[in-house]
Design a protein. Sequence first.
Length: 423
Amino acid sequence: MNSLLQCAACKSRLYEPVTLSCGYTICSSCTQPPSSDATVFVCPAKQCHQPTHLFARNQVAHHVDSTLQRIIEAVSINGDIKYLLCCPHCHDTLCEPVTTQCGHTCCYGCMLKLKCQGKSCTECQSPLPHYSYLNRQASINRLLEQIVRFFAYPKIQQQVVRQQHEYRSPLFTTGSIILPRQRTHFSLFKSSDLHLLEKALLYSNGSLYLPVIHHVRSSTPPRYGTLIQVIGVEERYSPITGKAILLNVRGRERIKVSDIEQVMEDGMAIMVATYGLVPVNAMDNCDIVRTTACDIEMRIRQLAAHDTTTTTTTMVSKQQSHPTLTTHVAGLLGRKWLEDMQQQQGLLPSPAKPDSLVWWVAVALPISVEQRYRLLCSESLQHRLHLVLSWITQLSSQWQYCRRMANQALATVFDQQPYNKML
Ligand SMILES: [Zn+2]
Ligand SMILES: [Zn+2]
Ligand SMILES: [Zn+2]
Ligand SMILES: [Zn+2]
């Protein structure tokens, strides 16, 4: 134990430990005095290869890592340290401990949850780092993790949610259907929504997830939903409750709900569901899947290529003051539409990834909630591909017609404008 408590810079016994954003712990006397002319931060930890140190560069004073400080004190008097290895948020043994610049530590998953709920450090109320920083760059406090492994290893595995087959947790309901692969965001400002958010957040494999189903008024609740990943969080002001949260999310996997019950908690009715991830259907015919996927990709590219921008421009060539209007008309399943969609949802996946492709296209096409739900329910990939292909066929004929009509109308309007006649 004593050999563990060593400074990553001077290699002597840690004195007033400071944990840097790279996850290495050094003595506070080993931290460099901040100089204004320094352009590059050179980490004093010899093993560190990380170029960015968010806490260290912007933070003048380093706070002593309070957990490690207490451990050092306990070790020096041969005291028990196990109780010091508890997370102040979940009160369980620290799992992937992360220490922020205030010197306080909690589990990485707990930290993400706190941030997602717009909360501050549990112990000192200091603001936590940005969600995107925590999500992408936060480093585990290496020394503390080693100590946890040393003392409480078997507990760590318990928090891995993914290894179970069925989950039981509160469900989140949304107004629209979120499909796998879809990027979207929703804002939460009602206190009941914020309460549910707190209950329904799941942490697994370094990310935060939320099980979501579509909100319906009918007596039978939907059986299928999506596990969405929280990729960003912004705090907003709400005139109603004071606090609002804007979640940036991305659909990951489908869930199938086997049981839902209403539970009263803190005076609020919440839905607690038993659900599992939808299994991959192995009954699909590979050849049919491949050819259908190729067909879909080709049809989408054809739609985008069959752009009416050129024809529109010649028809209304004299009219330069309405570029947005012409782009709008051409944008109906045209090149602009594909560009916009690729910007929002990422590049159109290749037919070699039919599962990704089918979700991408379903997200991009203007289809009804019922159609989206049908797609969400379909367990066979082959079936999903056929559904999507039928929508494309249907939409492309309608859209060609609509675009032509709109372009003609646009040209007529411009021709009739008095100043056009004068030109
Ligand atoms: Zn040192
Ligand atoms: Zn470092
Ligand atoms: Zn925790
Ligand atoms: Zn703190």
